[in-house]
Ligand binder design. Structure first.
Ligand SMILES: O=C(O)C(=O)c1ccccc1S
Ligand SMILES: [Mn+2]
Length: 261
């Protein structure tokens, strides 16, 4: 092309501000809400930091810390092996996923009005087909991001939204999950809530059907995203690259979206 290759055009567009970088990542620290599974199941610990040195006797000119958290904490990536249905998938751990799969286009489905009216709202197959009638068919290897505005909830209690029968937060119904995994061959699904399944998914059949079907078909998940309201329905490109944890089921990560201004 006239001005170099597509990458030099991207660099020029970033410099000119005609392509923006939108950060889809929540701050990661002791205040990060953590999923609470009921007894007898184990849970992730809260995020803790331990100072190794801070320009002091332990290290006069440097500051560094030890971090402790679960692989599925805050804005994080679900690899196929995270769920038993994906346990034998090749390239199923975060350290074996091909780098090519860590960059991909994003489709954004807005259920923020529905989720505001009903915390247990589930995106249906029909709602997905209606979205496609307006924005075109979801392409293979796309991230499908569910905008619920749940990231705007402040504090763990409001974010996890637990009642006596467990958490109440939106997600995908089974038909939508099957359409995305089996008929659209998506890269994965991303959500603003603590996990890719709806809060009441423990009572679904199969339980946690979005994890079961997505990871079982070698797809990925992104949880606790934010700023999805800054993305267009189509046209953004996501960079979502988990830590290369050996045998990892997932990892906290920085999720960036390249967005046409
Ligand atoms: O992937 C997760 O972090 C997650 O949401 C999850 C983890 C373990 C069990 C149930 C769920 S629902
Ligand atoms: Mn997870």
């Amino acid at each position: 092309s006239s001005n170099g290759n597509v990458l030099t055009q991207l660099v020029d567009a970033l410099a000119a501000g005609s392509v923006k970088v939108v950060d889809l990542t929540q701050p990661l620290g002791p205040d990060t809400p953590v999923l609470g599974l009921p007894e007898p199941f184990s849970n992730s610990p809260p995020v803790t930091f331990e100072t190794i040195s801070h320009y002091d006797d332990q290290g006069p000119a440097w500051y560094w810390r030890t971090i402790r958290m679960g692989e599925h904490t805050g804005t994080h990536f679900d690899a196929p092996v995270h769920w038993i249905s994906g346990k034998d998938r090749s390239e199923g751990t975060v350290d074996t996923i091909p780098a090519r799969r860590l960059v991909g286009p994003a489709c954004v489905i807005d259920i923020s009005r529905e989720a505001a009216a009903n915390a247990d709202h589930l995106l249906t197959r029909d709602a997905l087909l209606e979205w496609e009638s307006r924005h075109g068919r979801i392409p293979p290897n796309a991230w499908v991001l569910l905008r619920s505005d749940w990231s705007k909830r402040v504090g763990a209690a409001e974010f996890l939204n637990c009642r006596e029968d467990g958490p109440h937060s939106p997600g995908f119904d089974r038909g939508a999950t099957e359409l995305l995994a089996l008929e659209r061959d998506v890269l994965g699904v991303g959500v603003e809530t603590v996990g890719t399944d709806a809060g009441q998914a423990h009572s679904f059949d199969p339980p946690f059907w979005t994890h079961h079907i997505m990871q079982g078909n070698g797809k990925f998940g992104l949880a606790s995203l934010c700023n999805l309201d800054q993305l267009p329905p189509t046209g953004a490109v996501l960079v979502a690259s988990p830590l290369k944890l050996v045998d990892g089921s997932g990892s906290p990560l920085r999720v960036l979206a390249l967005v046409p201004a």
